[in-house]
Write a protein that binds this ligand. Structure first.
Ligand SMILES: N[C@@H](CCC(=O)N[C@@H](CS)C(=O)NCC(=O)O)C(=O)O
Length: 202
């Protein structure tokens, strides 16, 4: 069995499942392994949403055509089929840990023995800062390039849409565009976490 995992690069839930599947694969407990596929707007619209009714990422397809959506459900699904190197506690051998694992998925914030508020805030701010820097570097690296953008609409005289790897772009075009068409857009800058550009009229 090989698995097709649909993800985005900057998605915590994708990172969670990607790290898990890499581990299972490295430990020789994932059958024929998995493919990590970028969930482009076209795939989201034409494949994932019709298959599962959801546009949330990540989603996974097995080679017999079944679908699993939700990061925890994906892990449970794989754990039930590949049990040589489990990552979740066994209900029979470690029932208390299994219960804690189940609760953690439901509501970690309700646990006793919490990390103190200021420490939580400091950690959250640090993650947020790193995320912003990572996003900033990624966006800056696109300036000067031409990106295929799926047009979603227009606002205040500018068009907006998403690149194939789901970065938002706001751009100018000289002619009326059609929502749902893909346009080459020359990226000229970054403003407030959004790529700015102009229709490349190819
Ligand atoms: N409970 C879901 C949450 C997934 C989720 O929120 N994914 C985000 C990206 S990290 C997403 O797809 N947001 C867009 C949407 O929900 O349409 C899981 O664990 O997989």
């Amino acid at each position: 069995m090989t698995y097709r995992l649909f993800t985005w690069e900057l998605s915590y839930f994708s990172g969670k499942v990607r790290a898990y599947l890499r581990y299972k694969e490295r430990m020789g407990d994932l059958g024929e392994g998995f493919e990590d596929i970028l969930a482009t707007p076209e795939l989201l619209f034409n494949l994932l949403t019709p298959a599962t009714g959801s546009a949330a990422i990540p989603q996974m397809q097995t080679n017999d055509g079944s679908w699993v959506q939700d990061s925890s459900d994906i892990i449970d699904f794989i754990e039930a089929r590949h049990d040589k190197v489990p990552v979740t506690p066994s209900v029979t051998d470690a029932p208390r840990q299994a219960l804690a694992d189940f609760r953690a998925k439901v509501k970690a914030a309700g646990f006793d023995d919490q990390v103190e508020g200021p420490v939580k805030r400091m950690r959250a701010e640090r993650i947020d800062r790193i995320w912003r820097e990572t996003l900033g570097t990624l966006l800056d690296s696109r300036v000067g390039s031409t990106q295929d953008v799926l047009v979603e609409g227009d606002r205040d005289g500018r068009w907006y849409g998403y690149t194939r790897d789901y970065l938002r772009v706001s751009f100018a075009a000289e002619r009326e565009l059609v929502v749902g068409e893909e346009r080459p857009v020359r990226i000229t800058g970054v403003e407030k976490g959004i790529l700015k550009g102009e229709d490349a009229k190819r």
